[in-house]
Write a protein that binds this ligand. Structure first.
Ligand code: NAD
Ligand code: IPM
Length: 353
């Protein structure tokens, strides 16, 4: 029997609704599967914790998390009480960086039972590989001058090491999929980092002659996500471009409430972290209508990461079956609650036993 030790951080807002839902599903899965077991340890690190302690996690928080095989996170953010740049950099981005989770993978694919806002949805199935450790997300910069002369400067950092790492990951992933990588660039407008990005893409692509490539400027690429998403297999991007593209990917699937993500530590020296694309959704928090599918699909990605790919695929099939049967939360056109969707998924899992 395999036992996975998982650190759970529900976080803020609907994280406290969808994380318990996903844990219920994982526990049910362990009951029916037999060979699997999970030991969950929950940490109350969020904006409440910040209000009480002046920090998002204890000083030894990262050391505590080091002992786990994975971190399973809901969402962080309560912007009415704590500025986002403080809460997110104090927990989410801190964990991504301290644990060298340099790759963020975010699938977007046609999902059975969901109505995409696209008029003629084809059978798209793409994966955004987002560089997750640097790029436009940097602390280098500042503000100078006052009044009308005031300036804010933010430097973007693109190291060859991290850029190559993201691209290598994308090419290897493409080799296990349909063998195509698209680079998200903007070298027509951003004159230092993006020509460098293109150069590295060209260099890395030479190592993978079996993989086809394309490069589009991010503006055109975003439009293609809407007009013909079926042309994409793996899309490799900088940190910010990947953030935006993956949210667009969620939208063309039908809702951000279903989109999963994984922050991968490729070296295996620290835990990886699994958290959905969406945030804490303060606008719906407390009503019991948050869609739990993104968090549960994220759990599926965690199972894939552990190597339990068969049961992971069964879980994803069940998510689609339940959706196709019409057990849906309001964001995808239904009337079911978070709990009703979760129960429907657990019941189908029990049928597998
Ligand atoms: P959001 O993703 O929380 O919400 C955007 C919209 O999507 C809202 O209308 C919301 O109701 C809806 N939505 C999101 N998840 C849903 C779900 N599971 N089911 C149904 N509807 C869902 O984005 P936001 O409003 O820009 O951000 C709110 C807070 O979350 C902010 O503090 C932001 O910084 C933070 N945030 C955190 C993360 C993270 O922790 N990974 C990601 C994005 C945003
Ligand atoms: C995400 C979020 C975060 C990001 C924010 C909340 C800092 O949008 O996980 O995609 O931009 O990485």
């Amino acid at each position: 029997m395999k036992t996975y030790e998982i650190a759970v951080i529900p976080g803020d807002g609907i994280g406290n609704e969808v994380v318990p839902a996903a844990l219920q599903v994982l526990r049910t899965l362990a009951d029916v599967h037999g060979g699997l077991n999970f030991k969950f340890t929950s940490f109350p690190w969020n904006c409440d914790y910040y209000m009480a302690n002046g920090k998002m996690m204890p000083d030894d928080g990262i050391d505590i998390l080091k002992g786990f095989q994975a971190v399973f996170l809901g969402a962080i953010g309560d912007p009415k009480r704590v500025p986002d740049h403080i809460s997110l950099w104090g927990l989410l981005i801190k964990i991504r960086r301290e644990f060298e989770q340099s790759i963020n993978i975010r699938p977007a694919a046609y999902f059975k039972g969901l109505e995409s806002p696209l008029k003629h949805t084809k059978n798209f199935d793409l994966m955004v590989v987002r560089e997750n450790s640097e790029g436009e997300y940097s602390e280098i910069g500042g503000r100078i001058h006052k009044g009308e002369d005031q300036l804010a400067i933010q430097n973007a950092i693109f190291s060859r090491r991290a850029t190559e790492r993201a691209m290598d990951y994308a090419f290897k992933l493409a080799q296990s999929r349909r063998g195509h990588v698209t680079s998200a660039t903007k070298s027509n407008g951003i004159v230092h980092t993006m020509p460098f990005w293109d150069e590295v893409f060209e260099d890395v692509s030479k190592k993978y002659p079996d993989v086809q490539t394309a490069a589009y400027h991010i503006d055109a690429l975003s439009a293609f996500f809407v007009t013909r998403p079926e042309i994409f297999d793996v899309v490799v991007s900088s940190n910010l471009f990947g953030d935006i593209l993956s949210e667009l990917g969620a939208a063309i699937m039908g809702s951000i409430g279903i989109a999963p993500a994984a922050n991968i530590n490729t070296k295996g020296n620290y835990p990886s972290m699994f958290e959905p694309v969406h945030g804490s959704a303060p606008d719906i928090y407390g009503r019991g209508i948050a869609n739990p599918i993104a968090q549960i699909w994220t759990a599926k990605m965690m199972l894939d990461h552990f190597g339990d790919t068969d049961i992971a695929q069964k879980l994803l099939d069940i998510l689609q079956d339940v959706t196709a049967e019409g057990v849906k939360t309001p964001d995808i056109g239904g009337r079911a609650t978070t709990q009703e969707v979760t129960e429907a998924i657990c019941n189908k899992l029990k049928d597998l036993a």
